[in-house]
Design a protein around this ligand. Sequence first.
Ligand code: CP
Length: 320
Amino acid sequence: MLNQRRADGTLRHLITLEGLNRVELDALLDHAQHYVCALGARPPMNRALAGVTLGNLFTEPSTRTRVSFELAARRLGAEVINLEVQLSSRAKGETMLDTIHTLESLHFDGFIIRDSQPGVVAHVAANVAPHVSVFSAGEAHLSHPTQGLLDALTVRQHKGSRFGSLSIAIVGDIKHSRVARSAYEVFTGLGVGELRLVAPPALMPASGEFPAGLRFSTPEQGLAGVDVVMMLRIQKERMAQADIPDGEEYFARYGLTLQRLRLAKPDAIVMHPQPMNRGVEIDSAVADGAQSVIRDQVRNGVAVRMAVLESLLRPRLGRA
Ligand code: CP
């Protein structure tokens, strides 16, 4: 595994949340909370990263992650270039590393990368110049670290920081989900009391993964008494073929309806990383209902990415 740290132990890259200790996770969440503001208020801005140039390189679609990383960088005074990969020379066969080295020659200081191939983000991080940082914006089915942090921040805002007293259920296509893997890393790192995995057999991860997770094959069992319900969409783009019921039948067996939500605690919150497939994994009455914090997750995305960019880039700028 790539070492994401500098020689002094500080984080230089963020490829995964694996290996971050509770102190580091709490510090990033505290830092992010400082940047959270109410909708309609003027968002916090400063010049912490003035003079820094970042590249957004996304080879998979994104709405939330790409826009919020860009906003986060701009609100810290950095310059951001969105590289349209299909319009770049990668479309003519240039390798990812040749693209990266070209951008390094143009004085880029960091790269925000989403890629469908496992290992690409770490490969770039292992080959950039020593002053350059790499931030994962989602790597295959493996990792989506800033999503994990924004999910944890959302839970903390609604349930407090005593994670040990919480029961969290992740429901749906866990097998193909980078969101679930990063959620597992952050919630176990924060000492969550109970983490449940609720999925049909075809969408349950292999037995060696998620070792601390309690496995349930039906929402009726898995949702009973939980504090947090995190729904996931079926990621058809990551499966050649799976033995799962389609649309209506999946909704009938696994979709989160108001009736199923009543199995959780009365004050349980409902989360979804989005994009959502309404009527497949979640009913609109739940997604838009009183217990939904899905829009808070999106809002927290900018704050978390500001905290991550500032925390990782500022040490090398000598602006403590
Ligand atoms: N949650 C998430 O990663 O959304 P996007 O794919 O829109 O970035």
